[in-house]
Structures are given as C-alpha cells and as structure tokens.
Design a protein around this ligand. Structure first.
Ligand code: 8NA
Ligand code: MG
Ligand code: MG
Ligand code: MG
Length: 341
C-alpha cells in the first residue's frame, strides 16, 4: 500500500487552484498562441518580473465550488447532500461574479426554496440535466477524501455532482476525473507512469460505469480513453489534433478526457514549452489548447498535483494567485479528515 502524504493533497489542490486562476485569463479563447503563452509563463515564474500589477489572479467558479465540496466533507466526515448544496448556494450568493456556467445559477436559486437538494438539477434542460463540466471541475477533494475505497469514492463523486449535474455525461465525466486523481495519487512514485497501463486501468473502471451504454455509442468515455492512447502514441500530435479528437469545450465529455490527456502528455517535455516543472507544464499545455482553459487546466492540474506533489508546485507562480494560503490549509484539513473518517 503506497504511503500517501499531505504534500500530495496540497499538490493536488494547489495545482487545481493554479490551473483555474491562470487559465481564467484565457477562458473562451479559441486559440492561444504558444509563443505568447510561453512568454507569459516565463514572466509568471520570474521573481523579478514586473507583472505585479496583474496579481493576484482571481479564482473562478471551479475553485469556489471545490472549496464547498472539501469543506462539506471535512465538516461532516462523510457526504451530506443538503449541507453541500447549502455550501454551493451560500458561496455563490456571497460571490456571484466568479464566472459560473449560464444555467447552473438557476439551480442555486431553486435550491434556496426546495427541500430535495437533487430536485433542481434534475429539472435542468427540460429534465435531461446538465452535461457541463461543472461536476468534474470541483471533484478532486472527493477523490482525495475517499481514495482508499474506489466504490465509496465513486458514490460520493456521483452524489456531489448530481446536486447540479444529472446528465449521464456530466456525472460520468466527474467519475472519470475522480478516478484519474485517485490513480495519480496512488501511483508508484519510484518509477515513471506507464500511460498505457494507466489508461487501460481507467478503461476497465469506465466500462463498468458505462455498462448500460450502447456498444458503439460515440460519446462514451471508454471510447475517449482509446482516443487518448492513440494521440499519445503519435509524437507529432499538435494542439489542433488534440482539440479535434477530444475537444476543449464546457461539456464534460469535451473537456475531462482532454484534461487527462494533458496530464499524461505533460509527463514529458513538450515542444514550445520552455518550463521544465511538470506541474507548471501541465497547466501551460492545458491553456495552450484554448476553449474552457480554466476548467481544463484546473482538472489537469489536480491530477498532476496529486501525482507530483507539493515539491513540484512553483512557489513564485503560486505567489501570483488568490487563495493559496486558504487552499493549502484546506488540503491539510482534508488529509486529517481522511484519517478520522
Ligand atoms: P452549466 O450547468 O450551466 O453548463 C454550462 C453550459 O453547457 C450551459 O449553459 C449550456 O450551454 C450547456 N449545456 C449543459 N447541459 C446541456 C444540455 N443538457 N443541453 C444543452 N446544453 C447544455 O455550468 P457548469 O457548472 O457545468 O459550468 C461549465 C463551464 O461554464 C465552466 O467552464 C465554467 O467555468 C463556466 N464558464 C465557461 C466559460 C467559457 O467560455 N468556456 C465562460 C464562463 C463560464
Ligand atoms: Mg471557471
Ligand atoms: Mg468560468
Ligand atoms: Mg471554465
């Protein structure tokens, strides 16, 4: 059994924070020029740079909701739907300007009035539920909290997602993200990650989660995992290839597999990215893909941070973002809650 450390919890949540805050500078841009982005990152990691007027970079909905997931699990030592829903609602109404999805705000308004915390989410999109990536973007604390028991983790992750997202694609996207964070956390650090094995094991889990799906359903996460493997096999894979094959949008199925690909690709150097810190590289590459940059960078960051740990969080980069002390303390309290749960 691997020895999981509090520094991995810190790495996970701090890298998620970095991805959100830096990614938010580019959210919605269809293309992000590699060279400009590399110049920005060189500046951001340079203590002497004159970027001070730009900082602190503010976090968005991704981190705001992640905070609530973590705080609710810490306080209750288990998942409590009403409590987590209340946390989402009060966080949103205290700070509504953090770039929430267009439709999820209707859920928050309705949650104030109903007693069933799952009802408003079920009513979204004429009853089909949201397939946005808002469930997956905030799920890392649930993966850390329940990493010792996969079934328990998947159960908590599904429930935590269904407070706002009930569409199969939204829920299963959060489950894939949780599994990826758990796997990165538990990976043997004495040898490099074998991407093929990593993906094969995730595919086994997702096959079982998607067992009721039509075999040739194109939008299955099982199929996406095969696409990730193909892209990793080709050393000439470009930003455009990745976006074409996996997407970079606000839908869970067009961003969660993308984030996983970004993590695995960023284990090695990437042409056009100067920085050799693997966590910073992960975040930079996620942003280079454009689209929902904050959310893809936060998800890729969470996986990378759980694997690489606090020692690979660039302190200068971290100095530029809002909420770093709070998130580091949150990681400590989440780690303590695991030991007591
Ligand atoms: P959400 O649940 O409001 O979903 C986001 C959007 O996805 C909706 O507004 C719809 O346009 C679309 N959508 C989701 N489900 C369906 C469906 N069943 N049928 C048709 N359309 C659907 O919000 P969320 O919490 O999932 O957030 C997702 C993303 O939006 C996050 O990146 C978040 O940061 C936010 N956001 C994104 C951008 C951007 O430009 N990429 C900008 C601001 C906010
Ligand atoms: Mg956001
Ligand atoms: Mg946003
Ligand atoms: Mg986003």
């Amino acid at each position: 059994v691997p020895n999981i450390t509090v520094d991995q919890f810190k790495g996970c949540l701090l890298a998620a924070l970095l991805g959100d805050c830096i990614g938010a500078l580019f959210e919605g841009k269809q293309e992000v020029p590699m060279e400009d982005l590399d110049d920005l990152f060189q500046d951001l990691v340079n203590e002497e740079s004159t970027l001070d007027q730009l900082v602190p970079l503010e976090y968005t909905d991704d981190t705001a909701m992640l905070k609530s997931v973590a705080e609710s699990l810490i306080r209750n030592k288990c998942f409590k739907a009403t409590d987590m829903a209340n946390m989402f609602v009060s966080e949103y109404f205290e700070s509504p300007g953090r770039g929430y999805g267009q439709s999820v705000v209707d859920v928050f308004a309705k949650l104030k009035k109903v007693s069933d915390p799952f009802q408003p989410a079920r009513e979204q999109f004429s009853g089909s539920g949201s397939y946005g990536n808002g469930g997956a973007m905030r799920i890392a604390p649930a993966a850390l909290f329940a990493h010792q028991n996969t079934q328990h983790m998947l159960d908590i992750a599904a429930q935590a997602t269904k407070i706002t997202h009930t569409n199969r694609l939204g829920v299963h996207g959060a489950l894939l993200q949780a599994l990826a964070v758990q796997k990165a956390l538990l990976a043997d650090k004495r040898k490099p990650i074998d991407s093929k094995t990593f993906l094969t094991e995730l595919k086994k889990e997702m096959k079982s989660i998607e067992k009721d799906l039509d075999k040739d359903e194109d939008e299955s996460y099982t199929n996406k995992l095969d696409k990730i493997r193909h892209l990793l096999n080709d050393s000439k894979t470009s930003v455009k290839d990745v976006v074409r094959a996996l997407g970079h949008g606000i839908a869970a199925h067009e961003s969660v597999p993308t984030a996983l690909y970004v993590f695995l690709r960023s284990l090695q150097p990437i042409p056009g990215i100067e920085c050799d810190n693997p966590v910073s590289r992960t975040i930079q590459y996620a942003i280079a893909l454009g689209g929902d940059t904050d959310t893809i960078a936060t998800m890729a960051g969470a996986i990378a941070g759980a694997y690489h740990g606090l020692e690979h969080i660039d302190r200068v980069l971290l100095g530029r973002v809002e909420g770093k002390e709070y998130i580091e303390d949150l990681a400590v309290r989440l780690f303590d809650a695991v030991e007591k749960s």
